[in-house]
Design a protein around this ligand. Structure first.
Ligand code: MCA
Ligand code: AMP
Length: 509
């Protein structure tokens, strides 16, 4: 059986009463309850007319119901399509039009707006789901039968579509199959030595690969349990650490934990593993964490399109500043970004990836998909090298991308939004070092009216256009943007010029 749920189910503990998740309200969800709830969700989807291959889009806050919806989609053969709750109505409209979901599930507070959008876009159904069991979807699921025969699928059938932005500013839906997700879940379970004794501290969002697939699928594949927190809150994480054995996080989690004196060797002495990914973990933070706690954070590297590609070893040397070795079954090569020639070991080029983890292409974008593959390898857009021992290091990006607190922001999208404003003649958006988020967003703006320095109207206009995490935190007004002879903005010069804009100023938000 290729269905991801069926494959994960083989790892569920024999004693069905064992805990799958401990929730913030003090209640727990057992594996038996998970089996029943996911069946109820699958039945509910079928009763709403959702068929195999239909997209189920959800824009709601993190909750256990959301995880059950994900599992219900897997069991019913529907395609789970989670969206960041921070997206604005305009951003949502694009995803709806592109994905054409059969069912859209949103927070009760946004139901009205999404229904309006649904009518305009001739969407099928709009239903609601809150964080504490409220909304129409949990009610419909509760009234559905608690058994469901998980549908059989082909390993290439889609389990999920996750949108990822592009260098042109247009988002692309990465199509991930049951086979893609299963191969990665089991590879990581083995590589990181997960067992059903593990307790994962889960404070990541679940609309992205990291929190949804890496954290959740690995836990399920191992029959392990998780402490399921709604978001990263340093107090709550410190309080839960003594009950956990593993934590996964973006570098900002570790930066924030290190600010707390209560993070001591004693607090985490029982922990088995700390894992970091989604953005570069600085060697300084790696070292500081190791000195403070005695734990060498294990850094790994992945992408929405590929799941996880490399990982530092569990037993061997975890080398700070590297993302480790290719995972079993994953092939990595380094190519010349322009010619595509494969480069000799040790040289810097674009990282290319092949393996069972690599996605099925971009939703309804065959040309874009074809352009991002070379000889069966996916072109990551990350620049890196492989050292003599096989460790991969990421040294830069061939793509114009900012990663802030683990979220990707494509400057082109922000520049397009700014350039539409009457106050802006042109703009360049860059990422520069930020002490908390890794990179912070800076907009360098040439105003329409010479000498204008007012960022207020720009900030106000962006509120309706872009999710908050994409907003520039600093605006710089200039007469001209530095350009090369081809008229292309020299972003390196701008990054250099504004490199210290966030230093000594942590309280910028
Ligand atoms: C929140 N804000 C942000 C971010 N998060 N701004 C920039 N970058 C962010 N990452 C905004 C909010 O809208 C709010 O704006 C203000 O910042 C709140 O700040 P703060 O309270 O500090 O934020 P927070 O709520 O504590 O969140 C920071 C966070 C969170 C904990 C780092 O962003 C987070 O959980 N990031 C994880 C992202 C993740 O899972 N990435 C994995 C992608 P205002 O105050 O103006 O309203 S998957 C991936 O990348 C690949 C596959 C991989 O390898 O894993
Ligand atoms: P996303 O599009 O959200 O899947 O983000 C994928 C990108 O995150 C990759 O192409 C890398 O640029 C970056 N990334 C993920 N993990 C790491 C890491 N450990 N170190 C550096 N960059 C990373």
């Amino acid at each position: 059986m290729a269905n991801l749920y069926t494959q994960l189910q083989r790892g569920f503990p024999r004693e069905a009463g064992r805990t799958f998740a401990a929730l913030s309200d003090g209640t727990t969800v057992s594996y038996a309850q998970l089996e029943q709830a996911s069946a109820r969700y699958a039945n509910m989807l079928v009763s709403l007319g959702v068929k195999r291959g239909d997209r189920v889009a959800t824009q709601a806050q993190k909750s256990m119901d959301m995880l059950m919806l994900y599992l219900g989609c897997l069991r019913a053969g529907a395609i789970f399509l989670p969206l960041n709750p921070a997206y604005t109505a305009g951003e949502l409209e694009y995803f709806m039009r592109d994905a054409q979901p059969a069912l859209v599930i949103c927070d009760p507070a946004r139901a009205e707006a999404v229904r309006d959008l649904g009518r305009a876009e001739a969407l099928a159904r709009v239903e609601t789901m809150g964080t504490c069991g409220e909304g129409s979807i949990p009610a419909l699921a509760a009234a559905s039968a608690a058994t469901f025969a998980t549908v059989d699928v082909d390993s290439k059938d889609l389990a999920a579509i996750l949108y990822t932005s592009g260098t042109t500013g247009r988002s692309k839906g990465a199509m991930l199959s049951h086979g893609n997700l299963a191969s990665n879940a089991f590879a990581l379970k083995e590589y990181w030595r997960f067992t059903n004794e593990d307790v994962l501290l889960h404070a990541l969002p679940i609309f992205h690969t990291h929190g949804l697939f890496v954290a959740t699928n690995v836990t399920l594949a191992s029959g392990a349990s998780m402490i399921f927190q709604p978001a990263f809150d340093v107090e709550k994480v410190l309080a839960a650490l003594p009950r956990a054995t593993v934590m996964m996080g973006v570098p900002t989690f570790y930066i924030r934990l290190l600010k707390e004196e209560r993070l001591t060797r004693d607090l985490v002495v029982h922990m088995r593993l700390f894992i970091s990914g989604s953005a570069p973990l600085s060697p300084e933070i790696h070292k500081e964490f190791s000195v403070r706690t005695g734990h060498a954070i294990l850094e790994r590297y992945g992408m929405t399109e590929t799941n996880m590609n490399t990982s530092n070893p569990y037993d061997g040397r975890r080398i700070a500043g590297t993302v480790g070795l290719p995972l079993p079954g994953v092939s990595i090569r380094i190519a010349d970004p322009d010619t595509g020639d494969i480069l000799p070991q040790g040289e810097i080029g674009v990282i290319e990836i092949a393996g069972p983890n690599v996605f099925q292409g971009y939703w309804r974008m065959p040309e874009k998909t074809a352009a991002e593959f070379r000889g069966g390898y996916f072109i990551s857009g990350d620049l890196g090298l492989i050292d003599r021992e096989g460790y991969v290091s990421i040294v830069g990006r061939a793509k114009d991308l900012i990663i802030s607190g683990g979220y990707n922001i494509y400057p082109a999208e922000v520049e397009n939004a700014l350039d539409e404003l009457k106050e802006v003649r042109e703009s360049a958006v860059i990422g520069v070092p930020h002490p908390d988020m890794g990179e912070g967003i800076v907009a360098v703006v040439v105003p329409t009216r010479a000498g204008d320095q007012d960022d207020a109207p720009l900030k106000a206009a962006l509120v309706h256009k872009l999710a908050k995490f994409k907003h520039p935190r600093k605006f710089a007004f200039v007469d001209d943007l530095p350009k090369n002879t081809m008229g292309k903005v020299q972003k390196n010069a701008l990054r250099e010029k504004y490199s210290a804009i966030f230093s000594n100023n942590v309280l910028i938000y």
